[in-house]
Design a protein around this ligand. Sequence first.
Ligand code: SF4
Length: 81
Amino acid sequence: MDLFVLDLEERPWAAYAACRDADPDMFFSAAEPGVAAAIRICNGCPVQGECLEWALETRVRYGVWGGTTERDRRRMLRRSA
Ligand code: SF4
């Protein structure tokens, strides 16, 4: 997935991302089937933990990251506040 590979300095773990060759639209889909497919890829990703940590730290608003949706991350951040 080009989105991840673009900035390997900031996210060196992205070199191992399971989504590197996946359709980026799937990860930014508003439709449930796309979201579910993206989460399935995340769940088999060797850097899921790093990705989720980055998404939470940077408060990335949109898309599936680390196996979570925007709503999942908002909930996680509220709980940790
Ligand atoms: S956890 Fe998901 S979004 Fe993050 S790098 Fe892996 S496959 Fe991509």
